[in-house]
Design a binder for this molecule. Structure first.
Ligand SMILES: [Fe+2]
Ligand SMILES: [Fe+2]
Length: 188
């Protein structure tokens, strides 16, 4: 859905100077999307400690702890990006992330404490978060380039790499023990 608008303004070869005016509809859309992911990242910062607390496996707890620190950097990078664009730092509620996180919270309610089954659920929820972030940053990097903001694109690229690493780490954690352990668990 974003590709259409990308094409439309792709003719703006004025580069950063033209785009920096931020007067095009696409530029406005871009900033709006930044506000959206900014809200999401801040929400994730609040959620990860709860996920860590709910997790049983030490490996998973560590993964959540690591990603909490990384996510704080994502928040800072977005603040930097707003500054580069001459925009004020602002968050706009991201309904999608709100939904994904609510679904994650319900996993905790629906599973027993100290079980690998709960860990499986937490990994699944966390991977949905990561995939949403990867999709968003992928689109934003493209838009930043189209708008001539290579510096912002580079900054967001650092973040998307870390989201991908987090996703891969979660897969490894699940494959190592959690999924197997959960498969052995029987209902009492
Ligand atoms: Fe993030
Ligand atoms: Fe993330």
């Amino acid at each position: 859905m974003e590709t259409k608008s990308v094409k439309k303004t792709n003719t703006a070869k004025t580069g950063a100077a033209g785009a920096a005016k931020g007067d095009s509809r696409l530029a406005e859309f871009f900033v709006d999307e930044l506000k959206d992911i900014y809200w999401a990242e801040k929400h994730i910062v609040q959620t990860l400690p709860k996920m860590k607390k709910a997790a049983t496996s030490e490996e998973l707890k560590d993964a959540f702890e690591d990603h909490l620190n990384v996510t704080k950097t994502h928040v800072t990078r977005l603040e930097k990006a707003f500054g580069m664009l001459g925009e004020k730092v602002q968050a706009k509620k991201c309904e999608a992330m709100d939904g994904i996180i609510k679904e994650g919270t319900s996993i905790v309610d629906d599973t027993e404490e100290g079980t690998a089954t709960r860990d499986v659920g937490l990994v699944l929820a966390a991977q949905k978060v990561e995939h949403y972030e990867i999709a968003t940053y992928g689109g934003l990097i493209q838009l930043a380039k189209t708008l001539g903001h290579e510096d912002v694109a580079d900054l967001l690229y650092e973040t998307i790499k870390e989201e991908e690493e987090a996703d891969q780490l979660l897969t490894r954690v699940a494959e190592n023990h959690i999924n197997y352990n959960a498969a052995q668990e029987v209902e009492e």
